[in-house]
Design a protein around this ligand. Sequence first.
Ligand code: KIV
Ligand code: ZN
Length: 539
Amino acid sequence: MFDQNRVYFFDTTLRDGEQAAGVNLNVAEKLQIAKQLEKMRMDVIEAGFPASSPGDFSCVQAISREIKKVTVCGLARTKEGDIRAAAQALAPAENPRLHVFLATSPIHMEYKLNMTPEEVMAECRSGVSLARSLVSEVEFSAEDASRSDVEFLIKVFKIAVESGATILNIPDTVGYALPEEFQKLCRTIIGEVNAPDNVIYSVHTHNDLGLATANSLAGVRAGVRQVEGTINGMGERGGNAAIEEVVMGLKTRSEHYKLQTNIDTKRLYPVSRLVSRLSGVFVPPNKAVVGANAFAHEAGVHQHGVLINRETYEIIKAEDVGCTPAVMVLGKHSGRHAFKDRLESMGYNLDDIQLTKAFEIFKKLCDEKKEATDADIEAIVADEVFSAKPEFRYQLKEYTVFVGPGMTTATIVLTRDDVELKDAATGNGPVDAAYSAIKRIIGIDPKLESFSIKATSERSNALGEAQVVLSMNGLKAQGNGASTDVIKASVRAYVNAVNRLYSVAAVKDVKLGNGNVNGNGNGNGAKNNGRAMAAAMGK
Ligand code: KIV
Ligand code: ZN
């Protein structure tokens, strides 16, 4: 039975959040995030949409196996195949939940589902009943609820309850609702569906008009007791409701809402960093609750006020969301234990092999720059431990760049299945030349959608962190790279993005190129290598 004095949080970072353009998390990364969500005492983790791809199926299964303190949820359409796949992926879970969704708005029913309202009602009944026969807890979502006819919506929700759903979700799928009308809609549904006490209502809001948090809180005021969202508000288009904002809204204005949550708010900032790092989606500095400037005061008047009394300009304490500067700087003399402790406080849980690798890199980094900041540590862990996976297609072995007057030449050596692949190219600067050489090796020509590089701190010996987004044949993937050498960081980011592009292509069954191990993806590698090298060297 749900506690009516509590708001339950349903995290869909790994499902709806991952639908954000260019985001692609693999099983290890998703598990890492799920473990931190568990520590944060999230109530439900939506781990994926098992029928959508073998990768999603494996993620839901892996998270169901490993996460025991939180309800693990899998998404399904009302189709039998989807529901059976979700139930199968959730089988190892201690507390599984099957989440069935079906659109109810006129536009979705006509153009997407091609179904009449009567057919939708029948589909809801059969889908929810089947789900309930396989998994003990079923959530039903009326997709695009905020643009649906209210009377029809009420009928569909009644059918969902009769068929065994105990969580009724009201999504504002396209972020169209306004807080007052959304509150009214939720109130009407709760009043009219008149479900038994074991049923809980939920909201799932999108941020197309920047109203996702406001709409979630409006739902809570109407009596909804589950809020769905993502960390950092990551998600398609404008994103989803940012969980950290809704949680802190309820906590900061507890005299208004008078409701509890189970979330450990001190975990919000570390989890936000982890998600940003692994997804490659940077958090804007002015982002509420977790942005880098969320607790910074620039104006003299503000600084003066805060020094005398913090509450003059701060409504949230930085430490309440876990945004506290490290007391101890780690350096050359720090041991494995201190390193592990720091990683854990930052939200990283590494196994022994990963820890050994990260510690080795950390030591090397300290040799180069004496001490390592949290940002440096995050960068090396995300880059070296999570991104340089043995199952990845290409690994960077070495690179050299020659910047001459009027021409830059780069030579790149990659390995694939332990076979060395080498090529060279010229370009407008070192990064351009290196990327051309990589393209010659891999034999495909993805479009460079974006390239950015930033330093982990203001110091001149800071790590450079590069991010590359590539697209090809309708697929997109991002890659990150970190190094004290910014060209190396840029090359690593590119190779990483190529690997991820191949991973997405495999999951979506899209062909990118042959990529044969002897060299170029177009099969001309060995032959081209010599010519390219000669051309690049000006011979
Ligand atoms: O936005 C939406 O409607 C969804 C549903 C699947 C809940 O993500
Ligand atoms: Zn959604």
